[in-house]
Design a protein around this ligand. Structure first.
Ligand SMILES: [Fe+2]
Length: 205
């Protein structure tokens, strides 16, 4: 028997734990210390960390479920950013603007304490602290990166359009994001990144 809706994808359940395990993930990738060249403002501190812990030392990992294709589909995943610091700068993910830059994203904190660092190419900036149970709705046009400002893994659930893609070059071409999240008596604060040269409009990758 041919059902009238045989081509419709079926709803699926995803098991998600506070530590970021994702039952149903279709992809897992890791970023290690050796992958983070040029990411941290304090090059010397990053090199020192490499010599102590090695290039295979884990910085963060991502589990994601890419279930459907196309502009109406969602990618759902978890990001686990380990604690650490490089000089006074806290551990970060590489960060990106979506390749389709108007695509928004939800980040929901499952555990730990971190900051979503957000900037636009037009000069707007924001830094939003997240602890378990809090989320940030990141609108389109915002460059975004996670920062771990605590001593436990910073674990988030994310969800965004499957056609969004990631433009990492917009950050690396600018010498890093405009602001850094650094250690402070109060826990953390932002400060200007001395290496930042300004975002270049029109960079595609
Ligand atoms: Fe994103």
């Amino acid at each position: 028997m041919v059902h009238a809706h045989a081509q419709v994808d079926q709803p699926v359940t995803l098991g998600i734990t506070p530590t970021g395990d994702l039952d149903g993930a279709s992809r897992h990738y890791e970023k290690k210390l050796g992958d983070m060249a040029g990411v941290y403002a304090d090059e010397t501190a990053w090199q020192a960390e490499r010599s102590v812990n090695g290039d295979d030392s884990l910085v963060y990992y991502v589990n994601e479920q890419k279930y459907q294709e196309g502009p109406g589909a969602l990618i759902v995943g978890t990001s686990v950013l380990l604690p650490g610091s490089y000089g006074n700068e806290f551990a970060v993910t590489r960060g990106h603007l979506h390749g389709v830059s108007d695509r928004a994203e939800l980040y929901y904190c499952l555990s730990g304490r971190g900051v979503m660092l957000l900037e636009t190419i037009d000069g707007d900036s924001s830094a939003i602290e997240l602890t378990a149970g809090q989320a940030v709705n990141v609108p389109g046009q915002w460059i975004h990166r996670s920062v771990n400002v605590d001593t436990e893994p910073f674990v988030t659930l994310f969800c965004y359009s499957a056609d969004a893609g990631q433009n990492y070059g917009i950050i690396s071409d600018a010498g890093g994001m405009k602001n850094l999240v650094v250690r402070d008596d109060a826990g953390w604060r932002t400060m200007p990144n001395p290496r930042h040269t300004g975002y270049t409009v029109g960079v595609t990758q």
